[in-house]
Design a protein around this ligand. Structure first.
Ligand code: PBE
Length: 299
């Protein structure tokens, strides 16, 4: 089986930005403590170039209760570390998060209600191809069109991927889910080493679907390269036909702005997974905070 390779065309990965400690959270959460003050009115965010960060910023504008709050944008890894530390100490924290994610298997968390629907509720993860793929590589196009799995499947891969290489984890997942995978490939002819470039973003959700699709296409004879790109760059590359496809487009909301800007030459094959949600996430022990509107505005 082919090794995971990063193509030479890789551009602009996220620059890691170190988080500085924010807020003096020195006590466990109590009912009457002002969560805003103890968090220094700061939400722990992720990469500034992500759709999630963009929408989180919009939420700050739209919710009066978030007056005076800010988002500390950093990296997903930084956010996960902050979340783990807060939970260890049973301190309050608000992060930008999403499901599927293994954090929902590891911790007791809740996604805050979003009465103004800024985060768009449930969405799907769509498969996209460049224009012309159907004609050039009908076999791959058909497999990509049939690709469909569940939140549970993805979360299983993500959790295993914490300990082991995604390549091994997805190969094993495919072996354990052969009947489902056969539905995606049944009756489709093998090809003979045709190069295929699958665009991805270095998040575990994207890594999971990209690796599953890469393995499945390789089994059919494609020579697959996974190219990791910054979100905006991925959509530009698809639009220009520089990558063949991606299996990780959170739509219609999260990546909505990218599709609006670069979607002209992109073919949307619809969701390969449904029921995803992005939003502000807090530990369940923050009992009084269930909605974004429960976060207190700064006086
Ligand atoms: N995601 C996962 C995000 C960030 C990480 C796909 C939900 C996004 O696209 O903004």
């Amino acid at each position: 089986m082919k090794r995971f390779t990063v193509s030479k065309t890789v551009v602009l990965l996220f620059a890691p930005i170190l988080l500085t400690a924010c807020g003096g959270n020195d006590s466990a959460v109590s009912q009457d403590e002002n969560v805003g003050e103890s968090l220094d009115y700061t939400i722990t965010g992720i990469e500034p170039g992500s759709g999630t960060a963009e929408i989180a910023r919009k939420a700050l504008e739209e919710y009066d209760t978030l007056n005076g709050w800010e988002i500390q944008e950093s990296s997903t890894a930084g956010m996960l570390t902050e979340l783990a530390q807060a939970i260890d100490n049973e301190e309050p924290i608000v992060v930008t998060g999403w499901t599927p994610h293994y954090i929902f298997e590891l911790y007791d968390l809740k996604i805050l209600e979003d009465p103004l629907n800024v985060f768009g509720g449930e969405e799907g993860i769509n498969t996209l191809t460049r224009t012309g793929l159907e004609k050039d590589m009908p076999e791959a196009f058909e497999i990509l069109s049939r690709f469909e799995w569940t939140t549970e499947d993805m979360q299983e891969v993500m959790l295993e991927g914490l300990e082991r290489d995604f390549e091994d984890v997805t190969a094993e997942w495919i072996d354990n889910n052969r009947d489902l995978v056969n539905e995606w490939t049944e009756g489709i002819d093998d090809v003979d080493g045709t190069p295929f470039e699958l665009g991805s973003i270095p998040w575990d959700t994207e890594r999971s679907s990209a690796n599953v699709m890469a393995r499945v296409l390789e089994e059919k004879g494609y020579d697959v390269t996974i190219t990791n790109l910054d979100p905006a760059v991925l959509y530009q590359a698809l639009n220009l036909g520089e990558v063949d496809a991606t299996a990780g487009a959170w739509l219609p909301t999260t990546a909505g702005a990218f599709m609006e800007t670069y979607g002209e030459n992109i073919v949307d094959l619809g969701p390969n997974l449904t029921g995803t949600v992005i939003g502000f996430v807090v530990p369940s022990y923050m009992e009084d905070i269930n909605s974004i509107e429960d976060l207190p505005a700064q006086d």
